[in-house]
Design a protein around this ligand. Structure first.
Ligand code: NHR
Length: 182
């Protein structure tokens, strides 16, 4: 998220209008505020299993900010088809695997368990189906001997910080050609 904010320099086609989190304790909220970006926190927990009610509250903040594009970054609540439809073709996510491998959770553990020689991250358009929307970018890293979930996750994260800004810059300019790194 911070890498995206920092990437939106004067020559960038986009500007950050809001950083929203479902965890009021998310460290990124204070960091975004320090960069002068508006923030909102909507805790999903008081809503129990009612995803639509949680999203309605989130939407109050989003609608007030009137974004053209939504970027999920570590956003961990599955979004309902109704929410996704409102932002169809305007919502991106970065996922820590080489999709279509390992959609969902615990991606690094699954890559290690499978003995994969490569891991990485993928930016995709968000559709109703989890981690399955059109590919917008992908970056690869090697899996090294002795890797743990943490060491692999850290190596992938450095690429996430390069890939997502590169994809957003292109996407915000209207170009959906996938970015492939390295
Ligand atoms: N929503 C839709 N409709 N489509 C996608 O592609 C989405 C999405 C919401 C989030 C991010 C995704 C990831 O890259 C994402 C993509 C959370 C879960 C999950 O199971 C799955 C995938 C992703 C994010 N969430 C649990 C839930 O009940 C909660 C898990 C937890 O809190 O640890 O929402 O990783």
């Amino acid at each position: 998220m911070l890498a995206l904010l920092r990437s939106m320099t004067a020559d960038h086609p986009a500007r950050a209008v809001l950083v929203a989190a479902n965890d009021p304790a998310a460290a990124g909220l204070a960091r975004a505020a320090a960069l002068g970006v508006a923030t909102a926190a909507v805790d999903h927990r008081p809503f129990g299993g009612d995803r639509t009610a949680f999203e309605a509250e989130l939407l109050r903040h989003i609608d007030a900010a009137q974004p053209d594009i939504l970027c999920l970054a570590g956003f961990m609540r599955v979004l309902t088809p109704g929410f996704v439809a409102r932002f169809q073709g305007r919502m991106l996510n970065i996922h820590p695997s080489l999709l279509p491998k390992y959609p969902g959770l615990h991606t690094h553990a699954r890559a290690l368990a499978a003995g994969d020689a490569q891991a990485g991250c993928t930016v995709h358009e968000v559709t109703a189906e989890l981690d399955a929307g059109p590919l917008l970018g992908q970056a690869r890293v090697p899996v090294l001997a002795g890797d743990s979930e943490d060491t692999l996750a850290a190596r992938v994260l450095t690429m996430e910080h390069r890939l997502y800004p590169a994809v957003l810059r292109r996407y915000a300019a209207g170009d959906r050609t996938p970015v492939l790194l390295p």
